[in-house]
Design a protein around this ligand. Structure first.
Ligand SMILES: Cc1cc2nc3c(=O)[nH]c(=O)nc-3n(C[C@H](O)[C@H](O)[C@H](O)COP(=O)(O)OP(=O)(O)OC[C@H]3O[C@@H](n4cnc5c(N)ncnc54)[C@H](O)[C@@H]3O)c2cc1C
Ligand SMILES: NC(=O)c1ccc[n+]([C@@H]2O[C@H](COP(=O)([O-])OP(=O)(O)OC[C@H]3O[C@@H](n4cnc5c(N)ncnc54)[C@H](OP(=O)(O)O)[C@@H]3O)[C@@H](O)[C@H]2O)c1
Length: 452
């Protein structure tokens, strides 16, 4: 009902966390503006999950569509929130919004600060993932992938990158580089199945053997990771190509070598393992070697984007340690350490709360819980007589800034156009890979655009 009293809230970021947060708010008396940097919703569910997981992606898209069709959820795609964005946090208060939930994911890239990191052939996994999933502007960026690639990190992202290098580039060798031992493998069995057939098992056995004594000294059983990997290899899909895949344990990158700005090797230091506060840690032994690679990809997790305009520390936005509105003991409140108080009305959830943590289901739950924290906060305020007026003011402001914002109707049109194009080309799916093409497909021919 138009004249019903409601709260007015913004959710910034329409990945799984933001979408499910929007649903939670919308079903509890809140009019929600869901603002998203990308034209399409879904975040890493659309632009991170490996392209061949078609069924999973379609299932998620269907859930997201249902949320966007809720009458209290209003989608504004192609709109960046941040210091230099199309909107900043101050704008929301001026427009009459009562709270802002930030669910922008972890858009910053985490680097090790090594000599040689800026050379051609050194990339961050997330940028490459966005590239092969056709997210503008990464879709148009050139990635020079050679024949011998080091991937730093041994989580699920390393597996996805290795899968991509095998299936799309048929590289000669992928070397996954792990600073700790086989006991600290982060990838999951199910994901590893995509690359397991390419693993050089003789090399893997030698690596386990080399780590075994140290593992036993720490109370670890070297047979456990070995059996885990072998159980996947036995059931793995047939090899997708001739790429040799090896994992080097207990080495840390120290320098990227190059000639004429192009990578020629990765220097690593051998580590030894030790226990500290019950955690297995690695320290350098001083012994170095050079891995013969021409490409280095960091798959070591991401950090939040400091341009959003929230206080950050390390790879995270700063949260209130003593939350006023905790949910399951977790703080969703942004905290300004300089001012010594929470940032009034501003909350974080999903990968924006804890960078690079968990699957879609985890982000969904965190989004819902973040929304519950927002609801507790809103209930300390008065609902508005005409919450929808705030949405009108938001649209007027975006128009006055000549910003093309994408609505649900636009998205449905885009979906139809991509489906048609896939049929014409006889493909299982088709994605327009630039904002220009997407905007054109939706009929925006003369309006300005900010990205790509
Ligand atoms: C390579 C990779 C593969 C993965 N594969 C799987 C998988 O197979 N299965 C699985 O369950 N999980 C997978 N995950 C994990 C899953 O994708 C994440 O858990 C989940 O997407 C995180 O959700 P989120 O909403 O917190 O952030 P994101 O999904 O990152 O969404 C953030 C949203 O915020 C928007 N945004 C960013 N900055 C701004 C801004 N300044 N202003 C406005 N909007 C902004 C973005 O456009 C995006 O839509 C994968 C992750 C990665 C990195
Ligand atoms: N298909 C899927 O389901 C899928 C695909 C991709 C991602 N995801 C999910 O997305 C999340 C993020 O994945 P992720 O692979 O980025 O993270 P992750 O699982 O945390 O793995 C990160 C890897 O990087 C290493 N690392 C971190 N900092 C380092 C440093 N300073 N120096 C050297 N190595 C470093 C870690 O080693 P240490 O252990 O020593 O810290 C670890 O091996 C996970 O929850 C994952 O499950 C899921």
């Amino acid at each position: 009902m138009e004249d019903e009293k409601k709260f007015l809230a913004a959710v910034v970021g329409a990945g799984p966390a933001g979408l499910f947060a929007a649903r939670e708010l919308a079903t509890h008396g809140v009019e929600v503006a869901l603002i998203n940097r990308d034209i399409k919703p879904g975040g890493l569910a659309e632009y991170g999950i490996f392209p061949d997981k078609l069924k999973m992606k379609e299932g998620l898209r269907a859930q997201f569509r249902q949320i966007l069709q809720l009458p209290q959820v209003h989608y504004y795609g192609n709109v960046i929130v941040g210091r230099k964005g199309d909107l900043n946090l101050e704008d929301f208060w001026e427009l009459g919004f009562q709270s802002v939930l930030i669910t922008v994911g972890a858009q910053g890239t985490k680097w090790l600060g090594l000599p040689g990191e800026r050379q051609t052939g050194v990339y961050h996994a997330k940028d490459l993932v966005y590239h092969y999933n056709s997210l503008p502007p990464y879709s148009e960026q050139e990635f020079k992938i050679g024949k011998r690639v080091a991937v730093v990190g041994i989580g699920n992202v390393m597996v996805d990158i290795t899968h991509y290098l095998i299936a799309y580039h048929q590289v000669d060798e992928v070397i996954a580089v792990a600073r700790r031992g086989p006991g600290e493998i982060k990838f999951e069995k199910k994901e590893f199945a995509d690359v397991a057939a390419n693993l050089d098992l003789e090399h893997f056995d030698r690596e386990i053997e080399a780590a075994a004594e140290q593992m036993r000294a720490l109370g670890q059983n070297p047979e456990e990771p070995k059996n885990m990997v072998y159980s996947v290899v036995q059931k793995a899909e047939p090899r997708k190509g001739d790429t040799r895949f090896i994992i080097r344990f207990m080495v840390s990158p120290v320098r990227i070598l190059g000639e004429n700005g192009q990578v020629t090797g990765l220097e690593v230091e051998k580590n030894e393992l030790y226990l500290q506060d019950g955690h297995v840690r690695a320290r350098g032994t001083g012994q170095r070697e050079v891995l013969d690679v021409d490409t280095v990809i960091f798959a070591i997790g991401d950090s939040v984007d400091e341009h959003v305009g929230l206080p950050t520390r390390g790879t995270e936005f700063v949260k209130n340690r003593n939350p006023r509105f905790p949910v399951e003991g977790i703080s969703y409140e942004v905290y300004d350490e300089a001012a010594g108080k929470p940032v009034e009305g501003v909350f974080v959830a999903g990968w924006a709360r804890k960078a690079s943590t968990g699957l879609v289901g985890v982000a969904r739950r965190d989004g819902i819980n973040g929304a519950k924290a927002v609801l507790q906060y809103l209930n300390t305020l008065q609902p508005l007589d005409e919450a929808s007026q705030g949405l009108k003011r938001l649209e007027d402001l975006l128009r006055s800034r000549e910003k093309v914002f994408i609505t649900l109707d636009d998205l449905l049109c885009l979906e139809e156009m991509e489906k048609q194009r896939a049929e014409e080309l006889g493909l299982a799916w088709y994605k327009f890979a630039t904002n220009r093409d997407m905007l054109q497909a939706m009929g925006y021919t003369s309006l300005p655009e900010s990205r790509s």
